[in-house]
Design a protein around this ligand. Structure first.
Ligand code: GDP
Length: 296
């Protein structure tokens, strides 16, 4: 389960705090030391941890928290608020074009779960009453086109492909024309990934962006890679500009460091999370619910 280790440690710390009744500044400092350790062990970005703990400490020892009747509970509430804020505060929804179709580019490194997630997102949108079209723009990875066709048929969403001989820009352009003609109101473009970030990949993605002018660029990253996922997000955001992150494999991530760091480091929200291998395992990301999961 996601945040398993962190949840256990924080809940222990706060149980002790709540059990004390009256609190001193020293009690809060000690608790915050434990919170800091727990966050670092969960692979949360170091600077994010430092700022977070300072903010909580400031709010907890300032004001009248320590004089209140239930100081322990007040501190937990502050931590809950700050964890929620760290993950973006409120839910960040997808942007839809005022005049359809909405064009969405899905980008990310190989293995992150991009193709699967493209299918999952199409399925989710379809359930919401949209008419999605998928465009197979990953012409480099063997079997990527076939894989998209398979997930497309599983969620009953059409897939536009022109094979792997044309440029992704030409495929994207033709796919959008096709979608417009067929009344698709949202078009998801699956783009190529690489094992590592390289300039050629970025140049290609920038080329597609310039041509199709997407309403939304979503970066798919693997939660289990922790701070690597955060670095990837930072890089994609600097070079390409992204509108949001989809964090996959959260179901297998017991630490949760990427979920807690990516928003703060990139200033871009997590919009969806992948919670399993099934095509229905994609959920909108709710920062407040995630914070409650951690604090129990
Ligand atoms: P791509 O190379 O980025 O297109 O990655 P794929 O879509 O092929 O996914 C790589 C692997 O990750 C596949 O085995 C997927 O089933 C798996 N996967 C994707 N998303 C999730 C998720 O949210 N949870 C789990 N457990 N597995 C996932």
């Amino acid at each position: 389960m996601v945040f398993e280790g962190l949840a256990e440690k924080l809940q222990n710390t706060f149980k002790k705090l709540k059990g004390k009744g009256k609190l001193t500044e020293k009690d809060v400092t000690e608790a915050m030391r434990e919170v800091k350790m727990a966050l670092l062990e969960a692979d949360v970005n170091f600077k994010v941890v430092k700022d977070f703990v300072n903010r909580v400490k400031e709010r907890a020892v300032g004001g009248d928290v320590l004089e209140s009747l239930t100081p322990g509970q007040q501190v937990v509430k502050i931590v809950n608020d700050e964890l929620t804020a760290l993950m973006g505060g409120t839910q960040s929804k997808m942007t839809f074009a005022s005049k359809p179709p909405t064009i969405v580019m899905l980008v990310g490194l190989q293995g992150a779960g991009k193709t699967t997630t493209t299918g999952k997102l199409a399925g989710l949108l379809k359930k919401q009453g949209k008419r999605p079209l998928l465009i197979a723009g990953d012409i480099y990875r063997p079997a990527a086109i076939k894989q998209l066709q398979v997930v497309g048929s599983q969620v009953d969403v059409p897939v536009f492909t022109m094979g792997d001989k044309l440029s992704p820009i030409d495929i994207a352009k033709a796919g959008i024309e096709h979608g417009v003609k067929h009344g698709n109101d949202i078009i998801l473009i699956d783009t190529a990934g690489r094992l590592h970030i390289d300039e050629q990949l970025m140049d290609e993605l920038i080329g597609i962006k310039k041509t199709v002018k997407p309403h939304e660029i979503l970066l798919v990253v693997d939660s289990m890679t922790g701070q690597d996922a955060v670095n990837v997000a930072e890089h994609f955001n600097e070079k390409l500009g992204i509108d949001g992150v989809i964090l996959t494999k959260l179901d297998g991530d017991t630490r949760g460091g990427a979920a807690l760091s990516v928003r703060s480091v990139t200033n871009k929200p997590i919009k969806f999370v992948g919670m399993g291998e099934k095509l229905t395992d994609l959920e909108p990301f709710y920062p407040d619910r995630m914070a409650s999961r951690i604090l129990g």
